[in-house]
Every structure is written in structure tokens, then in C-alpha cells.
Design a protein around this ligand. Structure first.
Ligand code: TXA
Ligand code: MG
Length: 314
């Protein structure tokens, strides 16, 4: 199969995309966090295709993407408590926040969902927004990478993993955030963050008026947490001391430090380009990615989560 790449959306193209999706095909599209691999939430074969194409474990549920509060409401069991919480979180919609809520009885057991809950996100990227608004129905979309690889933050990275495996990719340039959305579990009495992202625990605590902790151990609550993630093929090693990095002179290593090169031969990384640098290390056949972890990185839950997982996956 040839993968077509569209740089802009016209009404005709939107109508073509709707036909593809209604036929159970997959479309990769940009969001502000990372690229997503979309199928209609209403299309069982499409959802099966998502799992097959990514090589995703069947017990890892998908995020359902919406373009409006009304569409979000249509996926949620009526509840005063959740209504109040979602109202308090309204400043983050659309944006890089996924909420996990009890699924209404009619949706329980649907393909892509699991355990009586549904994860919902309203992306703010104009292409994602226009596509879902045109379809007038939700799209499931995991990150558009092969399972276990770093999430794609550019159209080129999607092609590296999925060229020839999907009919269409919408190219929206480089993702502005570059790490996946914060996953906030609202399915029990105490809200908690299952996956840290750029909407921080502090921001959520302030909005919800209660302390929102980060769940640090992978649990049955966040199925994705159990699998290797975010990792290049190269082995990722972390250093908290500059002396140790200096002493680490293994060949074939890509050295990274936060924002600025901390020593000669280093490259500066940020949230936005971390995954691109992981992919670059693999393209350069590097054996190791050595990351110098400074205080700013240590204080950043989202970055620490991704680089520790990458280091554990090697
Ligand atoms: O930024 C993002 O969230 C991107 C873009 C494309 O929206 N999507 C993304 O999807 O990162 P994915 O499938 O790669 O990661 C979704 C994470 C997984 O760890 C999954 O286990 C978790 O969300 N998840 C999905 N549904 C869940 C649920 N009902 N309860 C708990 N965790 C859930
Ligand atoms: Mg993913």
C-alpha cells in the first residue's frame, strides 16, 4: 500500500478521509503532543487495524479524541461529580490533557476500551480539530508509532514506522509539545495522574481544589505503563554527575543535556525534540544515548517519566 501525504485539508479531502475511515482504514494526523493513528471509534475493524498495524498489546486501551464538549459529554455517564470536575478542567480543553472517566453502560466492552472506563482527549491542533469536527464523531488515536518506539513528533517520524502500512498521513509539521498528553484518572473518588505531561499535577491540583498525585508505579489502572516505551534501539543511560559523564567515553554514543550542551560534543534536548533525538540516534546507529540529568530535568515529572522508561527499556 502506498501512503499518501496531505499537507492541507480541503472539503473534498475531508470527505475522502471520511470514506477511508468508514471503510475501516487508518489515518495518521498531527496533534499538539505527538502524531496519532486514527480510526473511527464506531468502527470495530478500524480499531482492530490500529492494534495490528502498531503491534500494540490487545489489553492496552485507546484514547478517544473529540472536538467539542458536546462530543465529550456523549461519551460520559451522567454524573454531577464528573460534571463539576470537567467544568473545573475546562481551561485545559482543548489541550494536552486526557481524562479517564467511568464509561456509560452502552459503551462498556466496546473495542478499544477496557475495565469500565473511557479515556477522552480534545486535541487543540487545528488539523485534528477540523478532522474530528468534520466527521462529527470521535476518533480513537494512539501515538502513530510502532509499539515500543518513540512517539512520532513529525510526519517524517510517522513514515519511518508506518510508511506502506497506512493509506494516508496528514502532515502538520513538527508537534509543538513533543511529549504525550497528561493522563488524569477521574474514575475513582480521588483524582490521580497516570501519565505525567505538560499539564502538571500542580496545575490540576489548583484547578480541582485537591491534591492530585502522580501514580509512580505502573498499575492495572494505566495499562500502557507496563510495556516498554519511548525508547530508541540504542541503550539509554542516565547520569546525574558531570564527572561520571566525563568518565563515560564509550564509542558510538549520543550525548544529551537539557536545553544547552553542557560539555563539548553534547546536544541540547527539550521536550519538543527528545523523541526526534532518540530516532536520530538510531539512524546514526549509535549504541548508546547518554543523558545528563540536571536539577531542572529531575523536577520535571513528564521528562523524568519518559527518560527513565527509555533507560529501563534497553
Ligand atoms: O498525547 C497523546 O495522548 C497522544 C495523542 C495522539 O493524542 N496519544 C497517545 O496515545 O499517547 P497512546 O495510546 O500512545 O497512549 C495512551 C495511554 C496508554 O498508556 C494507555 O494505557 C492509557 O493512555 N489509557 C488509555 N485508555 C485508558 C483507560 N481507560 N484507563 C487508563 N489508561 C488508559
Ligand atoms: Mg503510545
Amino acid at each position: 500500500m502506498e501512503t499518501a501525504v496531505y499537507k492541507n485539508l480541503t472539503q473534498t479531502r475531508l470527505a475522502d478521509i471520511r470514506e477511508l475511515l468508514r471503510g475501516g482504514e487508518l489515518v495518521a494526523f498531527p496533534t499538539e503532543t505527538v502524531y496519532g493513528l486514527g480510526a473511527l471509534f464506531s468502527h470495530e475493524a478500524g480499531i482492530q487495524g490500529v492494534y495490528r498495524v502498531k503491534g500494540r498489546p490487545a489489553d492496552n486501551p485507546l484514547i478517544v479524541h473529540v472536538s467539542s464538549s458536546a462530543m465529550m459529554q456523549s461519551l460520559i455517564a451522567p454524573s454531577k461529580l464528573q460534571e463539576r470536575r470537567l467544568e473545573a478542567l475546562a481551561p485545559f480543553f482543548p489541550g494536552p490533557l486526557t481524562v479517564v472517566l467511568p464509561a456509560p453502560p452502552a459503551l462498556q466492552g466496546r473495542p478499544g476500551l477496557q475495565g469500565g472506563t473511557i479515556a477522552i482527549r480534545m486535541p487543540s491542533h487545528p488539523i485534528a480539530m477540523s478532522l474530528i469536527a468534520f466527521l462529527q464523531e470521535p476518533l480513537v488515536a494512539p501515538s502513530a508509532n510502532l509499539s515500543g518506539r518513540p512517539s512520532p513528533t513529525s510526519a517524517g517520524a510517522v513514515l519511518e514506522d508506518l510508511e506502506g502500512k497506512i493509506p494516508l498521513l496528514l502532515d502538520g509539521g513538527v508537534c509543538t509539545i513533543g511529549l504525550e498528553s497528561t493522563v488524569l484518572d477521574l474514575s475513582s473518588s480521588d483524582p490521580q495522574v497516570l501519565r505525567p505531561g505538560s499539564i502538571t499535577c500542580e496545575m490540576l491540583s489548583t484547578a480541582l481544589g485537591c491534591t492530585v498525585p502522580l501514580v509512580r508505579k505502573p498499575s492495572s489502572l494505566s495499562p500502557g505503563g507496563r510495556y516498554p516505551h519511548y525508547a530508541p534501539k540504542a541503550c539509554v543511560v542516565l547520569f546525574t554527575s558531570l564527572d561520571e559523564v566525563r568518565a563515560f567515553d564509550q564509542e558510538s554514543t549520543l550525548f544529551l543535556s537539557y536545553r544547552e550542551p553542557v560539555l563539548a560534543g553534547f546536544e541540547g534536548f527539550r521536550k519538543k525534540n527528545l523523541y526526534a533525538l532518540f530516532r536520530k540516534a538510531d539512524k546514526m546507529n549509535k549504541k548508546t544515548v547518554a543523558i545528563y540529568v540536571d536539577g531542572a530535568v529531575l523536577r520535571d515529572d513528564a521528562l523524568m517519566n519518559r527518560i527513565t522508561k527509555a533507560a529501563q527499556s534497553g
